[in-house]
Design a protein around this ligand. Structure first.
Ligand code: HEC
Ligand code: HEC
Ligand code: HEC
Ligand code: HEC
Ligand code: HEC
Ligand code: HEC
Length: 463
């Protein structure tokens, strides 16, 4: 080596050494320590008692972590977010600010990431908040944060999250199950949605996909439903709540958040008024439920609903298998129930009973429930694109009566049908008619066909 090269080499070695030393010093002074120091200084400045003030200033700086075996997580967010449980810090700056509304989710049992997402183990701000590469779970932006509520509270309304109701209604009426499976129900033409929250789709991706599926996954066969912006946001929030993440039973022990309105829904489903009355309206097989809440204790009523027991010489009520929060909801409803409620429940009950409805209406409902409308279009009028099938679209079903006998149509429904290709050289059409043999009862097929036959346009009858 000549002298010049030796000098360069020596300089380079020094530079490497300097960088290494700097990194070691930096590692000994991670930013979270600065946050903790600032936090204890802030807390001390608010403390009047001198000894406690001194103690705060001497607090050891350490990583604070919450072990959550029931959730399979370890959250270190409180390493910096130190004031979440201290209401005196309601006006402190982030990350020291008090966390309002956390009750009844105790920090030591829930941690943070189960609601917020993010990397629980990280102790560096960007790594914890993201976005970073290959992350376990993206942190949810504020407007979709409440999607996580529905991961655990899987049924009914959640106060402050009206989007869920909107989205579930869309899923139930716009034909999504015709192509997607959710919790063992629906077809498999599109991807299963049961674990969509863990598929790492960003909220922006999902929004744009609902706005125009083909712009995100060309040539998606998913129809463009022309959703409004609020519908897009409701669907995105809902989809971000769909998860099969394993959790200890405790975390899913409150599927329904008890409220009087949930109670009303449950009472409608269980048809209480078949036997009971509320202020004279309806059933006479059992006692009047009006005023029940003043005659009996809350505990008693909830117990009777959870595990009915015989009352004196009278037989016990049948057990409905309600969860404990569901019983609380029904009890809350009984506290406010009026005769007007009773009449509404009765009207709903007769609307639900199959006998009260025409075959055609029952059939129409089945086409929504099973998702026929997802492929055959709203009111079965067709129009859903199906590239390279003859005609280029899934057929409408309003002309069924012109082309088939009912038995022929029933056979197609039972067996399914693959569309013939328009151009044999091109890929097969993405949408085909699934076989419904194992899903639809014969009477459902009958109802659907009654509906399809009723849709026959008037002029074709003259033929
Ligand atoms: C190294 C310190 C640090 C850690 C660890 C940390 N944070 Fe933060 N966080 C901050 C700071 C500082 C702010 C204040 C806003 C800012 O500077 O970005 C903040 C702000 C926030 C905010 C509100 C503002 C925003 O950007 O939306 C949320 C929510 C939040 N953090 C959640 C979390 C969660 C969840 C974790 C654990 C996965 C976590 N943080 C871990 C330092 C931290
Ligand atoms: C039960 C769910 C839940 C848990 C658990 C939870 N949070 Fe939150 N957090 C929320 C909700 C909901 C909001 C309010 C968002 C809003 O105002 O729109 C929020 C707000 C915040 C904010 C303020 C965000 C802002 O933009 O001002 C911070 C910071 C935060 N949480 C951090 C944490 C930390 C740290 C933990 C763990 C100690 C935690 N959260 C645990 C649900 C939760
Ligand atoms: C990881 C599961 C989980 C998540 C996420 C979660 N909760 Fe809860 N929630 C629970 C459990 C479990 C309880 C019962 C707590 C207890 O009593 O020990 C509960 C209790 C409640 C209650 C009180 C119910 C009662 O008994 O009256 C409300 C209200 C509530 N949660 C709302 C929310 C909201 C709003 C969110 C989203 C910001 C949310 N929860 C997120 C599991 C969860
Ligand atoms: C005609 C069949 C069809 C119908 C009806 C349909 N989808 Fe899809 N969907 C698909 C197919 C195929 C894909 C996969 C290709 C793509 O990403 O667009 C898909 C993709 C999706 C995705 C993205 C999944 C991912 O890759 O992360 C979501 C979310 C979704 N659909 C939700 C819905 C909802 C909600 C409805 C009802 C409003 C619906 N779909 C109706 C066929 C359908
Ligand atoms: C199939 C008939 C039937 C249905 C449906 C029914 N119950 Fe009952 N219920 C009874 C009978 C029988 C008793 C026993 C006491 C009696 O005859 O009043 C009873 C007792 C009760 C009691 C205890 C009364 C007391 O004074 O100890 C409550 C509370 C109650 N029912 C509430 C409900 C609610 C709420 C629903 C709907 C979720 C419901 N029941 C549905 C038949 C029914
Ligand atoms: C995943 C999309 C999809 C779903 C969901 C679907 N279909 Fe189909 N269906 C098709 C396609 C594609 C065809 C055309 C097959 C062909 O071209 O031979 C078809 C054809 C039919 C036909 C024969 C129509 C004709 O003119 O030849 C009937 C009847 C039918 N479907 C009924 C139903 C009913 C009832 C449901 C709901 C229970 C349903 N379909 C759900 C895609 C679907």
């Amino acid at each position: 080596m000549d002298k010049r090269a030796q000098q360069v080499f020596a300089l380079l070695s020094l530079a490497v050494l300097a960088v290494t030393l700097a990194a070691i010093v930096e590692a000994g002074r991670p930013p979270w320590k600065a946050y903790q120091r600032a936090f204890y200084r802030l807390a001390a400045s608010r403390e009047r008692d001198a000894t406690r003030r001194q103690r705060l200033l001497r607090e050891p700086l350490e990583i604070k972590q919450i072990l959550l075996p029931g959730l399979g997580r370890v959250d270190r967010c409180p390493t910096c977010h130190l004031g979440v449980e201290d209401p005196d810090l309601a006006d402190a700056p982030h990350p020291f600010r008090f966390h309002p509304g956390l009750e009844p989710h105790r920090v030591e049992r829930f941690g943070c990431t189960v609601c917020h997402g993010g990397q629980g183990l990280a102790t560096e701000k960007t790594a914890a908040h993201g976005p970073v590469q290959n992350w376990l779970q993206p942190r949810l932006p504020r407007r979709y944060l409440r999607a996580s509520c529905a991961c655990c509270h899987t049924e009914g309304e959640i106060p402050g999250v009206p989007e869920l109701g909107v989205a579930r209604q869309i899923f139930a009426t716009r034909g999504c199950p015709g192509c997607h499976r959710l919790n063992s129900f629906g077809n498999t033409i599109g991807p299963e949605l049961s674990d969509e929250a863990r598929r790492e789709r960003t909220p922006e991706w999902l929004e744009q996909h609902f706005r125009d599926p083909r712009s995100m996954t060309p040539p998606s066969p998913m129809p463009d439903f022309r959703f409004t912006q609020p519908e897009i946001e409701a669907l995105t929030l809902w989809v971000l709540s769909l998860t099969t993440e394993p959790m200890a039973a405790y975390y899913r022990s409150v599927p329904v958040i008890p409220s009087a309105s949930e109670g009303r829904r449950l009472a409608a489903r269980a048809n209480c008024l078949h036997c009971h009355a509320i202020q004279g309206a309806a059933g006479s097989l059992a006692c009047n439920l009006a005023g029940m809440a003043t005659r009996r204790s809350a505990r008693y009523i909830e117990r009777q609903l959870e595990e009915p027991e015989p009352i004196g010489t009278r037989a016990a009520m049948l057990a409905f298998g309600f969860s404990q929060p569901a019983c609380r909801a029904i009890r809350a409803f009984l506290e406010v129930a009026t005769a007007a409620d009773a009449r509404t429940l009765l009207d709903n009950a007769s609307a639900l009973a199959d006998g009260g409805e025409t075959l055609v209406e029952l059939g129409r409902r089945r086409t929504l429930h099973f998702g026929c409308v997802g492929c055959h279009g709203g009111d079965l009028k067709g129009g859903v694109k199906n590239p390279n099938s003859q005609g280029g679209a899934v057929p409408a079903l309003i002309h069924l009566a012109d082309d088939y006998t009912r038995e022929e149509a029933a056979t197609i429904i039972r067996r399914g049908k693959t569309p013939a290709l328009e151009d044999p050289a091109k890929p097969a059409p993405p949408l085909y008619m699934p076989s419904w043999k194992k899903i639809l009862a014969e009477e459902d097929i009958e109802r659907i066909l009654a509906y399809a036959w009723s849709l026959r346009p008037k002029e074709s009858e003259a033929w």
